[in-house]
Design a protein around this ligand. Structure first.
Ligand code: BGC
Length: 456
């Protein structure tokens, strides 16, 4: 493995609803994911995150695993309804206490915390008032951010506001496969704007307490299915929608052109002052979550098999021809990580902040052998390929601060329930026993090699 710069940081990540469990403890309120997962027909295996990995009780074991792995950083998220059960008002002490214990545990092991304020578990009470479709939610988010800024000040360096606002919007508000399960298609777009506004307002609260600000987006290199004009136009349009709609305002202070979709460039939900607030919240660190590229194809008006995605997109999205796929069916294209990082650098130039790869990993069908060992060679190959591609991006001059693997633990994989295992540590969901997989040991050795400078 080629060598990364000495200051390069290694990490592992999780998110609150996917691992914590303890949903009725410490005065925690209901989140949209509690409501959604308890609604029949929403989750593939009819499971919920009620217990998840039980990290609410077993966080100390998770911290021990992180220490064994040798990571510099732990990326986790705070469950907003643990802090403000109704999404407003004073903080619940027991909620803060949980994160206090977690921070102490990390500090004892010399692991830097990189908290995210929002990884999709909106207090249900706010959803009942319109959720992210309501502008008010942005102000509630800022109020919550102010509480967390006081809490984190002096204890952590960087706080990320949002995780993947586009995916949250697309799956939660446009398509309805994630909480809160709304199926609004493009009518969901105000929810994107309000998340960005919430980010901008929250960023001001964080900075006022001396904290650096981050935000993690999901990025996908978009390729045209062919050189046919309709395919090229489709690829361009999807690139704008997925990669630029929520990044351009943050980094450039303006919205990308969505006229391909017949959308107004000055919708009334964007108030005159908003873009200034959003741009002032330009992150100090941009989180990049990368899983796979996307191929876009224009719809053939003569073909009967056309199935515009349920997004209501006027074109078709496909996998990548010839690529192997993960257990989830996602194409494995390591070079896509290099490609998207270089694209971001070319696209935004000096406006691009340093990058932290905040998520990268894969689900595999892995099971323990009779000795309880999980030989997840496919995950090792995935990580190896992607880390090499990341190194090429660094060589090409992209400023990358570190790499955070998704994910530490097998966990509640949203609408897939417990059916997709992304962890480098296996979790037995009956006993909550944690068993490091081969990929854990592989990554530990890689990190250790870099520490001693012996990587070649
Ligand atoms: C999300 C994670 C999720 C992962 C794999 C990302 O979009 O941030 O919460 O588990 O993808 O689906």
């Amino acid at each position: 493995m080629p060598r990364f710069p000495a200051a390069f940081r290694w990490g592992a990540g999780t998110s609150s609803y996917q691992v914590e469990g303890g949903v009725h403890e410490g005065g925690r309120g209901e989140s949209v994911w509690d409501r959604f997962a308890h609604t029949e027909g929403t989750i593939l295996d009819a499971s919920t995150g009620d217990e998840a990995c039980d990290s609410y009780h077993r966080y100390a074991e998770d911290v021990r695993l992180l220490a064994e792995l040798g990571v510099d950083v732990y990326r986790f998220s705070v469950a907003w309804p643990r802090i403000q059960p109704e999404g407003t008002g004073p903080a619940v002490k027991a909620g803060l206490d949980y994160y206090d214990r977690l921070l102490d545990g990390l500090a004892e092991r010399g692991i830097a915390a990189v908290p995210t304020l929002y990884h999709w578990d909106l207090p249900q009470a706010l959803e009942d008032q319109g959720g992210w479709l309501s502008r008010e939610t942005a102000y509630r988010f800022a109020e919550y951010a102010a509480i967390m800024a006081d809490f984190f000040a002096g204890r952590v360096e960087t706080v990320h506001t949002l995780n993947e606002p586009f995916i949250h919007l697309a799956l939660g508000y446009a398509l309805g496969t994630h909480a809160p399960g709304r199926t609004l298609g493009f009518e969901a777009l105000p929810g994107a704007h309000h998340q960005l506004l919430g980010h901008g307002l929250a960023a001001a609260e964080l900075r006022a307490r001396g904290l650096r600000v981050g935000l993690a987006h999901n990025y996908t290199p978009v390729r045209a299915a062919s050189s046919a004009p309709a395919d090229i136009a489709a690829a361009h349009a999807y690139d704008v929608l997925h990669n630029r709609v929520l990044t351009d305002p943050l980094l450039l202070g303006r919205y990308a052109d969505l006229s391909f979709f017949g959308l107004d460039d000055a919708p009334e939900y964007v108030h005159p002052e908003d873009l200034g607030i959003i741009a002032a919240g330009r992150p100090d660190e941009l989180g990049v979550n990368y899983y796979n590229p996307t191929t876009a194809a224009g719809l053939d008006p003569l073909a009967s098999s056309n199935s515009p995605l349920s997004f209501g997109l006027p074109f078709e999205l496909r996998g990548v021809e010839g690529a192997e796929v993960t257990a989830f069916g996602w194409p494995i294209v390591p070079d896509g990580l290099r490609e998207i990082l270089v694209t971001l650098k070319d696209r935004y130039g000096d406006a691009l902040p340093p990058i932290l790869v905040t998520e990268n990993g894969c689900s595999t069908v892995d099971a323990p052998d009779p000795d309880g060992v999980v030989h997840d060679e496919a995950r090792i190959a995935f990580l190896d390929g992607h880390i090499r591609a990341l190194h090429e991006a660094v060589e090409a001059g992209v400023d990358v601060a570190g790499y955070v693997v998704w994910t530490l633990l097998d966990n509640f994989e949203w609408d897939q329930g417990y059916q997709q295992r992304f962890g480098i540590v296996r979790v037995d969901f009956d006993t909550f026993a944690r068993t490091p997989k081969d990929s854990f040991h592989w990554l530990r050795a890689l990190i250790a090699e870099h520490r001693t400078g012996s990587a070649d």
